[in-house]
Design a protein. Structure first.
Length: 141
């Protein structure tokens, strides 16, 4: 067995991969990358959306809790002018979330926010709807 291997090495059998074999491997890797990269970018987008939705829900809960203790301030005014009050109610804003609009009156409130990495996808939470909604689909506050 060993003599065959040494004989083959001395004769100069196959010394490596052919160009065709290398091209086939490169094409397979390119196809896998073409499938995987868009899927990865889509998952990042979904992660940003989930982060914004979560922050909107948390801000709404903290805002309503703040409003319950302080009747003089309509809901969602605390988001704009008094974030310290929301922090006292247990709200922890994510670092990459920006609240663009927060309106409140006696009938309810509406919050709008987006992720800093995705400024075109704005989400809103209207007190009447109760769940975060895509502003592009449902309109602004």
């Amino acid at each position: 067995m060993i003599s065959r291997i040494t004989k083959r090495m001395q004769v100069g059998g196959e010394g490596g991969f052919t160009l065709i074999e290398l091209l086939v491997v490169i094409i397979i890797i390119a196809i896998l990358a073409a499938i995987a990269i868009p899927m990865y970018l889509s998952q990042r987008q979904k992660g940003w959306q989930a982060n914004v939705k979560s922050d909107l829900r948390n801000a709404a809960v903290a805002d309503e809790s703040y409003y319950t203790g302080s009747v003089a301030v309509p809901p969602s005014y605390a988001v704009v002018g008094n974030e310290a009050a929301l922090y006292a109610e247990g709200y922890n804003k994510s670092a990459n979330i920006v609240f663009s609009i927060a309106r409140g009156n006696a009938n309810g409130y509406c919050l709008e926010a987006h992720h800093t990495a995705n400024t075109t996808d704005v989400w809103k939470l209207d007190s009447a709807a109760g769940e975060p909604q895509d502003e592009a689909v449902d309109g602004p506050c």
